[in-house]
Design a protein around this ligand. Sequence first.
Ligand SMILES: CC(C)(COP(=O)(O)OP(=O)(O)OC[C@H]1O[C@@H](n2cnc3c(N)ncnc32)[C@H](O)[C@@H]1OP(=O)(O)O)[C@@H](O)C(=O)NCCC(=O)NCCS
Length: 163
Amino acid sequence: MSRETPLHFRPPGRADGAAIHQLVERIGTLDRNSCYLYLLLSAEFTDTCVVAEAEGGLLGFATGLRPPRRPASIFLWQVGVDPAGQGRGLGKRLVRALLEAPGARDATVLETTIAPSNRASRALFQAIARERGAEITASEYFREDHFPPGHEAEALFRIAPIR
Ligand SMILES: CC(C)(COP(=O)(O)OP(=O)(O)OC[C@H]1O[C@@H](n2cnc3c(N)ncnc32)[C@H](O)[C@@H]1OP(=O)(O)O)[C@@H](O)C(=O)NCCC(=O)NCCS
């Protein structure tokens, strides 16, 4: 991907679920969920998800949901950029696009979970907090022993206010 590759940010549709699943496979480091899960997100959670499309296909995606018990929050579940496009600002553009998605634009808190070893993810959310002058707080969420063996803990990061 060159810096000039034109990108189109849009909500996913049913036709994108399988391509998001393949992108997750290409990225390699994300939890691999079933294709059905990405189809479901692309059919029922389109207002809180976004894909970045280039001429050759999808280059990135971000999936989110509104936690029912924390109505001010948008919970960003997975964000991923094709390995060929990483480190060029696309992750930040995806998070910004997600925050402006129809189902997220009234949220005042951005939440996500980050594993301790994921430096890129931490840097991404620190950059988003910095550009909005927001504070980041971290708390325990899923401990290592909540997962099957071999998965790191995932702490909950709350970034607020995001606007
Ligand atoms: C995390 C991810 C989405 C970031 O997307 P990206 O397009 O590479 O990130 P950006 O280019 O927008 O960079 C965002 C910030 O993170 C920093 N960054 C990016 N990759 C980094 C790395 N590997 N190590 C440290 N910092 C990194 C950038 O310097 C930038 O910070 P800055 O604005 O202060 O300069 C991408 O690396 C990815 O898909 N990783 C694999 C999947 C994953 O772990 N997703 C997150 C958990 S769901």
